[in-house]
Design a protein around this ligand. Sequence first.
Ligand code: MG
Ligand code: MG
Length: 272
Amino acid sequence: MIHIKSAEEIELIRESALIVSKTLGMLASEIKPGVTGLYLDELAEAFIRDHGAEPGFLGMYDFPNTLNLSPNAQVVHGIPNNEPLKEGDILSVDCGSLKNGFYGDHAYTFEVGDVAPETKKLLKISKESLYVGIREFKLGNRVGDVGYAIQHYCEAQGYGIVRELVGHGLGKKLHEAPEMPNYGKRGRGKKFVEGMVVAIEPMINMGTRRIRQLKDGWTILTADGKPSAHFEHNVALVNGKPELLSTFQYIYEALGIVSDEEEEFRVKKPQL
Ligand code: MG
Ligand code: MG
């Protein structure tokens, strides 16, 4: 069953989503060669608690940490460890927060130092595909329209679209209906209605779409060992259109990046 949110509930989800956005912005300055995932995880947990929220992933389905940290060939659900990041790595950081009974859940793939051009392209196309998908989250469309758009944008570059893991509704639960696959057929699946809130999150592989799982029961990685990227935003359907509840602007501020990619999806600019 899809839980439709009131305007007040959407504002509470926005508050939780923005705590995640600020956490990712804080981490953006810390992610560099030599730094360990456990260090980043400790910083993130303290930061989220300082903002009056709970880490959304810690203990969820028995996950042991605040962050999902998935370097290089890891797709998602990597567990923070003591291995230092290396120059040229990429690191997908997925983070959740819980405040006032509502979840925020979003993700960004960071470059660690100087990254190979083909990997930079993977990140660029994967992030663009997120917005291509968000653009289809509007009144009159269905779940399949978002998936179709993401799939075709990325497959045109020869990339693999992970099938086994999908986006989702978001609210009082971290994972609500409907499932939001990053592949699909136009005009298929659940119809979008006013007040829906979803997490759209393409997981895009440079090579094969096939994945495997480590024996830790969590870490998902590409079957061919090639890199994978993951970008996620939280989006509400307001006045028939997608409205972003999360933002990458804190990351961009930390990294000195200027981008207007979010502007078409927001009524008001986030206060930096
Ligand atoms: Mg997530
Ligand atoms: Mg999610």
